[in-house]
Design a protein around this ligand. Structure first.
Ligand SMILES: C[S@@+](CC[C@H](N)C(=O)[O-])C[C@H]1O[C@@H](n2cnc3c(N)ncnc32)[C@H](O)[C@@H]1O
Length: 380
């Protein structure tokens, strides 16, 4: 295929994948020699210009009534998105296991590399040009999904089905799906399974069980109907991570890993802490929460126009989906308040280059790993 660059994919050198942060731009004259540069230093002027841009695009806020609509109907806006795009984007997650080896701890590294290069060969032709930028879902895709949509209010059969299963599970917690597994991973806001399926394919540990949830029933239906979905190894369910009344179908202290990829940024900031607290209780002592998400002053933030700002650093796209841009400190506070300990909290500043159009795009992502202490104090 013509090649495409997923969100923040590390550069490749000599056929070997590298972790983020290994191709440095020391000579600015060489900027168009590669598609991407790591750990780009921002000049003071550039940082000041970004501040100005954010101040400018935040002056006019979305009307309160409209803000209520975006909150109440958040899942419907995402359903609309997935009805249009289904699972046609960002399939290439070959960076996943380099950045988060915890997702396949027992895999032999060579075996992993084989699988990864295999999946690279299988990259899908419908994936967009690598020069289009590395957003998980590009702003352009969000734009297209806003046209001609009407919200559908009926509950999809899959949702009813899952809800029934969930209420049953609340009662029989000793027989929850995956209760016999010894390594359990939950992906929250899994979308159409672009992370879950690579995990199932790569991590062949027979004791592994993967849970995944999203509040978009359309996304979950796409996961469940995917030919790679195997209900003996995986359980996909509809769940709103902001819903305090609905329990997860998993007992507390039972998960080894919880992964959040560009999902926390999609929820309203004042609900983030409670959502993380609840997730934290599901982790086993020693279990880890992994996150990759948008950082403050990422190109996507600077591109918002006046009138799209909901609150400080929180915006709504043309299709009604929302996005927050984090600082490292904010994420640190969220995780440590939930009783977790920092293992990693790094900012990934990349310069993406469109060599054809001679354009530069400054991306900022944050990657975190926080562990639940062995003697845990994450509340009831
Ligand atoms: C940017 S997409 C990322 C999807 C997925 N993590 C991936 O890597 O492809 C954000 C996802 O979060 C989901 N989401 C947003 N708010 C949510 C909430 N309150 N509860 C559960 N899922 C939510 C959306 O439906 C969407 O699938």
């Amino acid at each position: 295929m013509a090649g495409f660059c997923p969100e923040g994919a590390p550069a490749e050198a000599g056929g070997k994948r590298q972790q983020f942060g290994s191709r440095l731009l020391s000579d600015p004259m060489r900027v168009f020699h590669h598609n991407a540069w790591d750990n780009v230093e921002w000049s003071e002027e550039q940082a000041a210009a970004a501040e100005r841009k954010v101040r400018e695009n935040s002056t006019q806020r979305v009307y309160p009534e409209k803000q209520v609509d975006y909150e109440i109907n958040a899942h419907k806006y995402w359903n609309d998105f997935y009805q249009i795009h289904e699972n046609r984007f960002f399939k290439d997650r070959h960076w996943l296991f380099t950045e988060f080896p915890e997702l396949a701890p027992s895999q032999n590294q060579n075996h992993l590399m084989d699988l990864l290069s295999e999946s690279k060969q299988n990259e899908l032709p419908e994936c967009r040009n690598k020069e289009d930028g590395p957003d998980l879902i590009t702003e352009e895709q969000h734009k297209y999904s806003s046209d001609g949509l009407e919200h559908k209010t009926q509950t999809l059969p899959v949702e009813e089905n899952v809800t029934q299963k969930l209420s049953h599970l609340e009662i029989c917690t000793d027989e929850f799906p995956g209760s016999l597994a010894t390594y359990r991973i939950l992906e929250v806001g899994c979308g159409v399974g672009n992370t879950v399926f690579p995990i199932l394919q790569t991590n062949n540990d027979p004791r592994l069980f993967v849970y995944c949830c999203d509040f978009s029933s359309t996304a979950i239906q796409l996961v469940q109907t995917n030919s790679a979905y195997d209900s003996s190894r995986c359980f996909a369910f509809v769940h709103d991570l902001c819903d305090e009344d609905k329990p997860y179908p998993i007992p507390r202290d039972s998960l080894d890993i919880i992964i959040l990829i560009f999902v926390l940024s999609a929820i309203v900031p004042d609900k983030m802490q409670k959502a993380i607290n609840r997730l934290s209780r599901l982790l086993k002592p020693g279990g880890m929460m992994l996150l990759r998400d948008y950082g403050r002053h990422d190109m996507a933030q600077l591109r918002f126009k006046k009138g799209q700002c909901l609150s400080e650093n929180f915006y709504v796209r043309g299709d009604g989906t929302r996005v927050y841009f984090f600082t490292q400190d904010e994420l640190d506070t969220l995780f440590t308040t939930a009783g977790l300990e920092k293992v990693q909290n790094l900012v990934d500043r990349r310069l993406q280059v469109n060599r054809g159009k001679q354009l530069t795009m400054y991306r900022v992502w944050i990657q975190c790993k926080y562990r639940k202490p062995l003697l845990s104090n994450t509340g009831s």
